[in-house]
Ligand binder design. Structure first.
Ligand code: GLN
Length: 197
């Protein structure tokens, strides 16, 4: 059972290395044929407007939408979360998302490049200890729709991690801090879904 990492742009190498360290068979996904072989997909951090353009140019956007509606487990971090959001606020002109998560995210919600920060987050589904979360030009989940649920919020109550069925998304980057519990949690979804087409 292979787990894909969308490798068009962004920090896909870090996700691939982390998933491999957890024992997953990882496939980098750049083409529809590669997407068709995986039982789950991670969409990395990077730049969502570029990832959007490349996913359309590579003919991946539509197959990915179809796979998500058929139940493919997908985990998006930061730009990946933006790609999974049904609604993107502060998108660039013409920017589209893949969608699937019943949420509205605001891009660059903490300001520009300099507005990156780290904090410890309680994530009840992962238990103790708190997650050390690194935010880099991160989005915030402004609206959590009725089909999605918040998994973590900042001290001020703003949502930064969500789940909806087989979809998982975080505003921050567990793949760069040695935090593996989100990826474990995602691999459990992949194993339970045992998604095949
Ligand atoms: N600001 C980026 C975007 O809009 C996301 C940043 C990240 O993935 N670290 O896509």
């Amino acid at each position: 059972m292979a787990v894909g990492v969308l490798a068009l742009q962004g920090d896909f190498r870090e996700h691939a290395a982390l998933l491999r360290s957890l024992g997953a068979d990882v496939e980098l996904v750049r083409r529809p044929e590669e997407l068709a072989r995986v039982s789950g997909l991670v969409i990395p951090g990077g730049e969502s407007s570029v990832m959007d353009k490349l996913s359309r140019a590579f003919g991946l956007a539509e197959p990915l939408r179809e796979a998500i509606s058929a139940g493919l487990p997908v985990y998006g971090t930061c730009a990946g979360l933006i790609m999974l959001a049904d609604t993107v606020l502060d998108a660039i002109a013409g920017q589209e998302s893949i969608g699937g998560l019943d949420i509205a995210v605001r891009r660059n919600a903490f300001g520009s490049q300099i507005a990156s920060f780290e904090t410890d987050l309680d994530v009840p589904v992962l238990g103790e200890p708190p997650v050390h979360a690194v935010f880099i030009r991160a989005p915030i989940v402004e609206v959590v729709g009725p089909r999605a649920r918040a998994l973590a919020t900042l001290a001020d109550g703003r949502c930064v991690a969500v789940e909806q069925g087989n979809l998982l998304g975080t505003s921050f980057h567990p793949e760069i801090t040695g935090e593996h519990r989100f990826h474990d949690y995602f691999l459990q979804k992949v194993a339970v879904a045992a998604f095949h087409r």
